[in-house]
Design a binder for this molecule. Sequence first.
Ligand code: SF4
Ligand code: MG
Length: 283
Amino acid sequence: MSTLASFQNQVKPNWCPGCGDYAVQMALQQAAVKLNLEPHQLALVSGIGCSGRIGGYLYAYGMHTTHGRALPFAQGVKLANPELTVIACGGDGDGFAIGTAHTIHAMRRNVNITYILMDNHVYGLTKGQTSPRSDVGFKTKTTPTGNIETPIAALELALASGATFVAQGFSAQLPQLVDLIVAAVRHDGFSFVNVFSPCVTFNHTNTYEWFREHLSDVKDIAGYDPHDKGAAARHIMEKEGMLTGLLYENDRASYEQASGLAGFNTIKNVEKMPQANFNKLLE
Ligand code: SF4
Ligand code: MG
């Protein structure tokens, strides 16, 4: 049976002290233990950015891929070896700028992986530029008089793109974040978990205090039903995306189920793969 120590490696994170990404790493480790995973059953695939380092800080399979491309790699890993639990990790610059198209298509394709997006509303690794999730008015080196562009509405985009599991957490609410990651991994299909993970060095607007002040929990909305897409969209829009919890889930068949590839281990059985299924993979 795994413990937190099972997922601990010898690499010391070089995130800034106080960065929200430490909590995401801890939540991932706790979730892996709750899911009874062993390190060899978990693959973490990350893109580029401060968030992208996370795969190197846990003892599990890890791929640090290219900017915005964690999702294509992660889907490939899962389709090749369905026995792995595959979690893709990235930031808002990674997933909602250069990687936006991959994010949208992964959501509608519904391969059985989890995507954890560490959302700090800024580019941290490149030292503080405006990101597609930055608030209007946010001042950085690239927007010295304040951002004039409307930020991408992450949750509405996920709903509109056909995501079958949409949740949002916050680095400072660890128990909720652990439960959301556990539920996301158990969901059979693509699960999207947006996590507000403050950048303490380059974002002095969207701080821990700011998020605490602005966020509310869906559990506090009487009668909230995460299976009602229309209601979920309405609540998300009313709260301008500042909701945490499981926001939406449906049971549409995963890509693997719909294609007849569920459980088919391509690595072990490539020569036995039915031609029709092989063609489907190449579509
Ligand atoms: Fe975290 Fe920001 Fe430091 Fe990057 S620059 S490690 S996001 S606090
Ligand atoms: Mg960012």
